[in-house]
Design a protein around this ligand. Structure first.
Ligand code: IPD
Length: 347
């Protein structure tokens, strides 16, 4: 669901599958609204019925995921991770702990016994070549922000989602160190419940501020673990372009933040505490739950690479934009894409 910023009415987004990008020029690429003229949740109901599910099932699944996320959070709090006891994956900046593996095992086994017919895709058990199918699938990142976790930096979360027809329809993200729980069900809004037990609608400001240009934006950008090559060059040069003054061809954004958790970056954009999150390289489990939460909070996801207004969950290139008037959202997307020139992430 998104909020029409002029009328204040909630609008349902279409669940329809969209054409893949046609490679057309950024300035003429079709925009989301021209591709979804009459958004309605009916197509979601039809797809759910195919799998003997309903919107009520999604709410029940959300409640199960919240319970499992709180269990995972307790496991994180009980753990005593350190740099020394973590293992490297691809390189020394790509780490995994015993807690990541234990949480994924717990999540998988609880979901399997409660929902034996729903597939599972998890970061720690992912096999190269494994692809998301149209069937209902749970997507799990047991600890997003593992580097934060092993350093004791309290910006770490478990991220759990359900996809149907390759779209996220339930998202639950829980940071046990702050007690922040973010939840969303497709078509039913997005919420933040804080440690005090208070629940807020997302975005937190009921009438989001204007989003006139990159110039006034707080932008999330992560560094990833790939520290050389063209993708690294793009990441570092774009951060310089975004930060530098307009007289030198930059965007002069207010600033850049790197929280160390892509899942929480999506939540901060959904909450309206960040304006954008530009990211190439993270994986479906990093963004899946956050994507559902962001869209339900009136935000949108385009690709980090120019021209693609309908990125795939597994596409590894994302530009998350907070709730605002649709023309403003599209305008900052085009502005950021314009700064990239001919540069692109390649995966
Ligand atoms: C990582 C975080 C980080 C992003 C990396 C991810 P992990 O997830 O989301 O912000 O830059 O690309 O891999 O490894 O902590 O689950």
């Amino acid at each position: 669901m998104r909020t029409d910023m002029r009328s204040g009415q909630k609008q349902y987004l279409s669940f329809r599958d969209f054409d893949s990008p046609d490679g057309s020029d950024v300035s003429t690429a079709p925009t989301p609204d021209t591709m979804t003229p009459n958004p309605t949740p009916n197509d979601l109901k039809v797809i759910l019925a195919k799998y003997l599910m309903s919107e009520k099932t999604l709410r029940e699944i959300r409640d199960s995921l919240v319970d499992i996320a709180r269990n995972a959070g307790q496991m994180m709090i009980n753990a005593d991770p350190s740099v020394c006891t973590s293992d490297t994956k691809k390189n020394t900046s790509d780490r995994v702990t015993e807690t990541d593996k234990a949480i994924e095992k717990m999540v998988h086994s609880r979901l399997q016994s409660a929902y034996p017919n729903i597939d599972f895709l998890g970061e720690e058990t992912f096999k190269v070549g494994q692809k998301l199918s149209d069937k209902p699938t749970f997507v799990c990142d047991p600890i997003d922000g593992t580097l934060n976790f092993i350093h004791g930096f309290p910006n770490t979360a478990v991220s759990l989602a359900l996809t149907v027809a390759k779209k996220p329809v339930v998202g639950v993200i829980y940071n046990p160190f702050r007690g922040d729980l973010y939840t969303a069900v497709k078509g039913q809004g997005a919420y933040l419940t804080t440690a005090s037990g208070r629940t807020h609608n997302l975005p937190i400001r009921s009438t989001p501020a204007a989003l006139p240009s990159l110039n006034g934006c707080l932008v999330a950008l992560e560094w990833g673990s790939e520290r050389q090559g063209p993708n690294w060059d793009l990441r570092t040069s774009m951060s310089q372009t975004l930060l530098s003054s307009r007289s030198t061809g930059g965007a002069m954004v207010h600033s850049i933040r790197s929280s160390g958790s892509a899942a929480l970056d999506f939540c901060y954009v959904a909450a309206g505490q960040m304006d954008l999150f530009w990211e190439g390289g993270c994986w479906i489990w990093d963004v899946c739950a956050g994507w559902c939460i962001l869209e339900e909070a009136g935000g949108m996801v385009a690709s980090a690479n120019p021209g693609d207004w309908r990125p795939e969950l597994e596409g590894r290139c994302y530009l998350a934009v907070r709730g605002a008037m649709r023309e403003e959202q599209e305008s900052v997307v085009r502005e950021l894409w314009g700064l990239m020139g001919k540069r692109r992430f390649v995966f």
